[in-house]
Design a binder for this molecule. Structure first.
Ligand code: HEC
Length: 118
């Protein structure tokens, strides 16, 4: 009986292993948060949860954790900004345009997610 239980745990862990590790490893994140972690968190580390300075990636971009509450920041603004920051603010120098890296659906998803960050 005990052996059967242990075997079950080992098999479950092997399954997790394929998906990124057994034990405390974070489960894979999907949706706008997953896109954010992959493409944005290295610069906007403090701006998005759960990425943060603890990931040791630094934070060159502004804090986005309440960006949806700033004046004039709605989903259309964010979508335009993500496609090409220069189209919104010619002075933006560091953030790359994402119109060729993300699909329009991903940009929309991210834009709405950011707009909800109040
Ligand atoms: C290479 C670093 C870098 C990456 C990658 C990056 N950003 Fe930025 N982001 C910046 C910087 C720096 C600024 C400030 C403007 C400038 O100088 O370009 C900025 C500004 C912004 C703003 C404007 C905030 C406001 O108040 O209007 C938003 C929104 C934003 N980034 C979202 C994103 C999203 C979403 C992604 C991922 C798809 C992303 N950023 C990826 C560096 C980055």
């Amino acid at each position: 009986m005990l052996v059967r239980m242990l075997t079950g745990i080992v098999v479950a862990c092997a399954g997790w292993g394929l998906m990124g590790g057994c034990g405390p490893a974070e489960p894979p994140v999907s949706g706008p948060e997953g896109i954010y972690l992959l493409h944005c968190a290295q610069c906007h580390a403090r701006g998005g949860e759960p990425g943060g300075p603890s990931k040791g990636m630094g934070s060159r971009g502004p804090d986005l954790s309440h960006v949806g509450s700033y004046k004039g920041r709605n989903a259309e603004y964010f979508a335009a900004w993500i496609r090409d920051p220069r189209s919104v603010d010619p002075k933006a120098r560091l953030m790359p345009a994402f119109k060729d890296k993300l699909t329009e659906a991903q940009i929309q998803e991210l834009a709405e997610w950011l707009a909800a960050k109040k």
